[in-house]
Structure formats: C-alpha cells, structure tokens
Write a protein that binds this ligand. Structure first.
Ligand code: SF4
Length: 512
C-alpha cells in the first residue's frame, strides 16, 4: 500500500493514476490530511502533497522506503507576457478559477512525475499524461497551426512523453484529422447495439457478457427489447444522418442465423442506411462463427467484421478462459474471407498472464500470415478483485514485466507496419498494463480504418446505444453527456421502457 496525503480533496484521480503507473503492483490510496490516515506498508514509499493554487504554489514530499525524504516545490502562475505558449494555454478553460485549476493540475503532475521517476529509475512511455486520450494535445496544436517539430518538443519537454510515443500520437492526430475531415459527421449520429451473450465468459472480461448456454431462453426476449429501443431511436433521430453502425457485445455471432437475420432486418426496416459508411459486426469469439451466420451477414450491408484471437498461444487461450483453439481463429478468418467482402479487424492483447515478448512475437507472425485489414492492439487492463486477478493468484501466474510489455508493444507496432497498417486511433484505460495504450492500425489505402472507433473516441457526434449495459452519448458542441442502460440482463428486459425514457431525457424527442 502506498498512502498519499493531500491537503485538499482535489486531483485524486490524476495523482492515483500517476503513482499507480510507477508502482503497478501496489495499491495506492489518496486521502485528505486530517480526515484520515493511511500509512504506507513497509518497503513502499509515501507521499504528501500540499496544493496552494490560489498563490500558484505546490509542494510534494516523498519519503522513500528507507525513510529518506525530500521535498520539492513548483510554481503554477498564469502565463507571463512573452512566455512560450504551451498546450495548457490552448485548452478551453471557462474562467480564471478554471485556468488556475488546470495549471495547478499539470504543474503537480510534472513535479510528481519527476520525483517518482528519480525514485524508481523508471521513465513512463506517456510521461505525466494520465488521461484516456493522449492524442488530444497534438490535435489541439495541429488545429492551432503548430509545426510538427514544435508539437513533438512540447510533448517530450512539458509532458515527458517518450519520443516514440510523441511521434505515434502526432501521426494518429494527423490521420484522425483526415478521417474526420467530412464536417457533416458533426451533425449526424452513430448507432451502437450490444448483444451481451458469449460462448463462455473470458476471465479478463469487463463487458456485459452472459454465457449463452445458461441464457439461451432469453435471447428472443432480448431482441424484442432491442426492437423497442430501435423504435425510439429511429423516431428521435429521423432528421439526422446515420453514419456508422456497430453491433458489439458480448459476441453478436452467438445469435443463430435466424436471430441474426431478425436483428439485421429490424435495423434495415427502421433506419435510413443511405448515409452509412461503415457497418461493423463483432464476431469476437471465433468459436461462435459458422458459414451460415457469415452468409446472413453478407446478405445485409455489413462492411466490417471483428474476429479477435487476443493471443495465438494455446496455453494463454486456455488460461484466460477463451475455450477455443488457435485453429478456430484461422478457420473463422478464412471462412469470413470466403463468405463476404468484409474489412476484417483482429484484436490482440498485450500483457496477458504468463506471456513473454517472445509469445507475442509468435502470435504476431501468425497474424501476419493472415493479413487482416485492421489490427487493434490492446494492453490488458486488470481490475482489482477480478476473476483474472484471482486466477493469477491461485495458479501463481505472474503479471508480465514492464520491459516485456514494452518489447511486445514494439513488436506489435513493427508487425503492423510490415503488414502495411498505419496507426489511426488510440486510447488508454484505467489499470492498463504498463501505463500503455490501445492502438488501432489499419490499411488506410483500402479505407479500412474503423470510423466508428474514431468518432466515439473523439466525441464527434452522438452515439445512441441500445442493449444491456450500453452507454449512450449526447454530444452538443464541446458538451458531452451520457445515459447508461442497466447492465444486468433480467433488469434490462424488465425495465426496457425506463432505458428508453433515459435516452429521451438525454436527447430530447428530436435526437439533438
Ligand atoms: S468474448 Fe469478449 S465480451 Fe465475451 S466474455 Fe470474452 S471478453 Fe467478454
């Protein structure tokens, strides 16, 4: 346990994320001084933070495990005349208090990063950036007309981002700008439909997922509920153009061919698809894919499939509860190529338990032989108290080392380049392995980038989301608000009308 005392209840998320990134195996707890006391365990450092942003001062004290301590201060005053403009000065802050907060947060993160880096001898690939969208900063600078070299310098000097990640973030920001150049997107919307059934539940799963064998009897009722939600969405958004559709989950290909036919027909009957540029169906688990199901998808305007091996190492698939073979992945992929003209995405996960960089390299050479159009590289996010964590403790399987994940991420990037795939979107999650990121690579010459991924990541327009656990997003200019459907399946089935009402409140009757 690492205890972090702070003189006021502020910036806990940023402090926690940064300390955790340096000490991934430790629990980190932030608390307000005087309200409670959390003592670091023996062998762990402790930190104390004093924020005096009203006078532009911040002090951090770090006590090493051997008891040695040091204190450093930083200043965070508004920009003086003639001072170099930084990304902080380009952020849309509403008032002087907001600006003070923003500057204080960034100054605190820079100071913390420096002190923790000296203490541990580590440098984090994303430096002091803790947010989910590190491409936001280069994007802001590109919009402000900055030169590439100045943007790279800002990322490496101000935020301590490694040069490799700075170049990646800039490349993605430039690609996203091209992908989103059609300004019409801002006035349209996207549709998400979640199918929460899977052949079995993978140990690392953080999505709504119910093993099909135990919930077969609820599938038709679930499709009824989705159709009710579709009736609402089609009516509310009738004046807006629908640009992308994403059927995710769960595993949509657990539906029988007849159920898939019913779902796709229901979408086509209700929505105007004439502006749709991308229609994705996740076929995440290869053990759910059959020729008959793929033929149904190919008879409808589905353009993109996602077949997700996660790893091509059988020992790993067995360990993480995937219950399918490496050969299943190959067969599902070849079948999909035979059955339709789909862009095929494949997802891999770095940082899976027991996997070395060599295992990842072997997986990547299998994927290179298949040549998907789009490859998404995730870094594993393990939640505290998850089944995955429990399994690792029971079986004594260790979490991959920081260096192993770094080497694996480099292997993945090089393999994607060899396949002619370029990075086009990137986001980070909490508890992500090695403070890394999830990156989508695609064959941009074949127009294979997953447009939905970019639209949702950049909050370009509203996403109306249907199904258990689906989160709808309403984007009005720079304001983003959300409405969440209940995750629990039977609750969703019983309370479908309430879920529709939540969306009605979010969007209003016109979907605006
Ligand atoms: S296939 Fe995906 S949604 Fe289903 S259990 Fe595995 S991780 Fe979860």
């Amino acid at each position: 346990m690492i205890g972090v005392s702070v003189n006021k209840d502020r910036f806990f998320y940023d402090i926690h994320s940064l300390v955790k990134a340096f000490y991934p195996g430790e629990n980190v707890s932030c608390f307000v001084k005087g309200e409670k006391e959390i003592v670091s365990t023996a062998g762990s450092p402790s930190l104390s933070v004093d924020l005096r942003e009203e006078i532009g001062e911040i002090t951090v004290t770090l006590i090493s495990p051997d008891g040695a301590g040091r204190t450093e201060d930083t200043r965070c005053l508004p920009m003086a005349e003639g001072e170099r403009i930084s990304s902080i000065d380009l952020q849309p802050v509403r008032d002087a208090a907001g600006e003070r907060q923003y500057r204080a947060k960034n100054a605190l993160k820079r100071l913390l990063y420096r002190m923790l880096s000296e203490e541990t001898g580590k440098r984090l690939p994303w430096g002091s950036l803790t947010g989910i969208r590190p491409t936001h900063i280069p994007k802001t600078f590109l919009q402000a007309g900055w030169e590439e070299t100045a943007i790279l310098a800002e990322l490496t000097d101000t935020y301590f981002v490694s040069e490799e990640k700075a170049r990646l973030a800039l490349e993605i920001a430039e690609t996203e700008r091209v992908l989103l150049s059609d300004a019409e997107y801002e006035t349209g919307y996207s549709l998400y439909i979640g199918i929460p059934f899977c052949p079995t539940t993978c140990l690392y799963c953080s999505f709504p997922s119910y093993p099909l064998g135990m919930h077969q009897a609820q599938v038709e009722g679930y499709l009824d509920a989705l159709e009710s939600e579709m009736d609402y969405a089609a009516g509310a958004f009738r004046k807006k153009k629908l640009y992308t559709i994403y059927v995710g989950g769960g595993t949509p290909t657990t539906l029988t061919p007849a159920q898939s036919e019913r779902l796709l027909r229901a979408i086509e009957d209700r929505f105007d698809l004439s502006h749709v540029k991308e229609f994705t169906v996740e076929a995440g688990r290869p053990d759910s894919v059959t020729r008959e199901k793929l033929e149904v998808l190919s008879r409808h305007p589905v353009t993109r499939l996602s077949i997700n091996p996660q790893s091509m190492q059988q020992k790993t698939l067995d360990l993480i509860g995937r219950l399918h073979s490496v050969e299943d992945v190959r067969s599902a992929y070849h079948l999909a190529r035979e059955c339709g003209d789909f862009h095929i995405n494949m997802d891999l996960i770095l940082g899976l338990p027991g996997e070395s960089a060599r295992d990842v390299a072997a997986t990547l050479s299998e994927i290179e032989a298949l040549r998907p159009d789009d490859l998404t590289i995730h870094a594993l996010a393990i939640k505290r108290g998850s089944r995955m964590q429990a399994m690792m403790e029971t079986k004594g399987v260790s979490y991959p080392e920081f260096e192993d994940i770094e080497a694996a991420a480099r292997e993945a990037r090089d393999a994607a380049r060899r396949m002619g795939l370029s990075p086009y979107y990137l986001y980070r999650q909490k508890n992500i392995a090695g403070n890394y990121e999830n990156t989508g690579y695609a064959d941009l010459k074949k127009d294979a980038a997953g447009l939905y991924n970019v639209l949702i990541n950049e909050d370009v327009h509203s996403i109306v989301a249907l199904g258990a656990g689906a989160i709808s997003k309403c984007v009005r200019g720079s304001e983003v608000s959300r409405a969440e459907n209940v995750k629990e399946l039977s609750q969703y089935l019983e309370r479908t009308e309430e879920m529709i009402e939540r969306k009605r409140r979010l969007y209003g009757s016109s979907g605006s």
